[in-house]
Design a protein around this ligand. Structure first.
Ligand SMILES: [Zn+2]
Length: 353
């Protein structure tokens, strides 16, 4: 070890040590200041983005109907699985459609009776619909023994498709909106909504091919990955960039956050889902994709399953719309044959080109 031989050497060594310690202290101080500045800058940027997103919401300048491929949606039917789906997942779509002066009809396929709260949840949904400005006459909540709430409930695709078809005919619907195949949360009932609507759209497309009718357009709510889902309001920016792809997608911003919060408050028995409302993108923005008909062998037209009658679609059920299973099935097989033959011819033509 080096020991100072004189007092002068000791003093020189001491002052050098003080100088280096001072430099170290000043450096640490500067680094801390720089870190704090970066944090402030980050918070300020996030706040600015947040304000920007809120201004976009307020102005409604992005995602208006005029800019979306759903430019003339006519009468819109929203098909959901449970009371509260309309708020947690679809409030952006509902409020945007209302802001454009359009009528929205809500078909909730169950009354949310999985835990014996069906009656309570029905009342909550009526209150929530009011907060979202959905007329009570536009609301149909089913309590059908073959479409029950629950993760383990199996819904027959054809049965759901028939329920949708009856509602479309009863209300003269032009546009249907529902979940996509992933169902946002992956809930089996959400997926059941999509499967039923897609089955209806497929069967309808086959009838349209025959020239007998004009089918409604169907759209599904896009499920995003976890990161985007939890970007919350900031996903507006991502959606604005990514949301429009030709005629196949559309985007809606929430036009009535206050109404949406009031609607969620009406679902008192579901208060645990507030975190979902506050922390996910669906509260602020919905992106929709067109539902395309299935062109597979099992995309059958709709034989009416036994037991489905007009009472299954609520008080205003369809009149004179019952088809016997046998007649529907035989007609369906013939139509399917013709349709598949026509599709095959088209495919072959394209291949030959
Ligand atoms: Zn649900």
């Amino acid at each position: 070890m080096f020991l100072p031989e004189t007092i002068q050497q000791a003093e020189t060594q001491n002052s050098a040590w003080r100088a280096s310690t001072g430099r170290l202290f000043r450096c640490r101080q500067a680094c801390q200041d720089r870190g704090a500045n970066r944090r402030r800058l980050l918070i300020a940027s996030l706040l600015a983005l947040c304000v920007g997103c809120l201004l976009l919401l307020e102005s409604g300048s992005v995602g208006s109907l005029a800019e979306s491929p759903i430019s003339n949606p006519g009468r819109v039917l929203l098909v959901t699985a449970h009371p509260d789906d309309e708020v947690i997942f679809f409030s952006s779509t509902i409020t945007a459609l209302h802001a454009s002066g359009l009528e929205v009809f809500l078909l909730c396929l169950t009354n949310g009776d999985a835990h014996g709260l069906g009656g309570v949840r029905e009342r909550e949904l009526r209150a929530a619909a009011k907060a979202l400005q959905i007329d009570s006459a536009h609301l149909n909540i089913l309590n059908d023994s073959r479409i029950q709430d629950g993760h383990h409930e199996e819904w027959e695709q054809d049965y759901v498709a028939n329920v949708v078809r009856k509602e479309v005919r009863r209300l003269l619907i032009n546009t249907i909106i529902t979940f996509d195949p992933a169902g946002v949360t992956g809930h089996k009932n959400h997926k059941g909504c999509h499967d039923g609507v897609r089955q209806y759209v497929t069967a309808c497309a086959m009838e349209e091919e025959e020239g007998s009718k004009k089918c409604p357009n169907a759209w599904s709510l896009t499920t995003t990955d976890d990161l985007r889902t939890h970007l919350s309001i900031f996903d507006i920016i991502y959606s604005a960039v990514d949301g429009h792809r030709g005629n196949e997608s559309a985007m809606f911003l929430n036009h009535d956050l206050l109404g949406m919060f009031r609607a969620m408050a009406a679902h008192k028995s579901q208060s645990r889902w507030w975190r979902h409302v506050l922390l996910t993108r669906y509260t602020f923005v919905n992106t929709l994709q067109r539902v395309k008909p299935l062109l597979t062998d099992w995309a059958l037209p709709l034989p009416v399953p036994a037991g489905l009658d007009s009472t299954a679609v609520g008080a205003g059920g369809v009149q004179g719309d019952l088809i016997t299973t046998a007649a529907a099935s035989s007609g369906a097989v013939a139509k399917r044959g013709k349709f598949m033959a026509r599709m095959s011819r088209r495919v072959m033509k394209n291949i030959r080109r």
